[in-house]
Write a protein that binds this ligand. Sequence first.
Ligand code: AMP
Length: 448
Amino acid sequence: MTDFQALGLSEPLLRAVSAEGYTTPTPVQEQSIPPLLAGRDVLGVAQTGTGKTAAFALPVLQIMSRNRPQGKRKIRALVLSPTRELAAQIDERFHAYSEHLDIRHKVIFGGVNQNPQVRALQKGLDILVATPGRLLDLINQGHIDITHVEFFVLDEADRMLDMGFIHDIKKVLKLLPKRRQNLLFSATMPSSIANLAGSFLHNAIKVDITPKEVTVDRIDQKIMFLRKADKRRLLVKIIKQERVECGIVFTRTKHGANRLVKQLDQSGISAAAIHGNKSQGARTKALAGFKSGSIPILVATDIASRGIDVDGVTHVFNYDLPNEPESYVHRIGRTARAGKTGVAYGFCDDTESGYLVGIQQLIGKEIPVDSSHEFHFIGAIPKPGQKPGKIKDPNAPKKKQRNRNRPKGGQGRNSGQQQRNGQSGSNQGGNNRSRNRNRSRNHRQRDD
Ligand code: AMP
């Protein structure tokens, strides 16, 4: 078994890591830290929960603390992250790992007053963690200079593209100095990400921690077939029967999340929603309530869930099955953390059976079916030989063509009617193309 010392980390970092209680590097750390310390670029296929933040933060800190240029601090490491939550968590990790180093770091994101951020920038920083929109705003206002960056990290690159950030990323890349070390992390590797990686990584080491390698053994997964109209009643029943005190419910849309919170409330269950349309204050409050145990149920959309890093989640409900199989693995990984066990329920209605096929293909096994509930509906079970992807809902009201000019509140990869053929990976290039077409300022403002 490798320990952190064997990876070549310096003493101040070893002390910080040990204070965090880490004894063994995770696979992504084991594979990324040595090449990064040796100055190589790294392309990492890994999700949140694999320990990827430390995989890049530790070598960045080590390289930066080798020499500190005299005079006012200049931004020497730039980390781009798609959401505020994730950016804040990365910054919090830098704080923990740089405990014994003379390194100054700061996170900036949109949706909050820029003045405190500007003041911190004026004092001088070594490491900046940012969401793309606020970064470019402050660069344009002359508050940020990224021409001295030696280390560039693009985190959650697939989410970045889903959220329409590709042009912002390209703008940032143009402003960076040519000589620098690069790191790109993505949970998935569709061709759009591979192309982006190819455009700025040089001779990168590829580190692949695919979802199959993510340990989900400790998660008791169950699929329940039912009609859409019965989902709420089944959810309430399970929450009450199993006395769920720390559970996350995933919905496909922000509107669906809000509605469900109200419905749970009417059933006497306290819940809060977390998604990109909520203000930063509301999101922080919801997360804090959930972490402290005063709110037992968090209702989340995929994008907002990226940053939820809460130990002790006992239940995950896929109230709507995700149309991207990788999201399923990511969602259920919110439970069974830190050595604990967890239960993941998947509610599958007759329009979602194709999604289930895609998920099972990705994880390489059939998820056990629980038909012992009163709402069991055989019409939702995938047909023999059914292909992965969306099944049209014959009862769904005909929607107007929303894609062309998506109004405020579009939910990235989950809101569109794309994904008819949601097979893992193969159609993602197409979806990204369509997503890119649909990109708009409104869309971007959701999380930035
Ligand atoms: P990340 O994938 O970076 O979001 O990390 C997920 C969680 O794993 C965070 O709570 C980290 O503090 C934790 N973590 C990271 N590396 C290790 C490690 N080597 N041992 C134990 N926990 C870790």
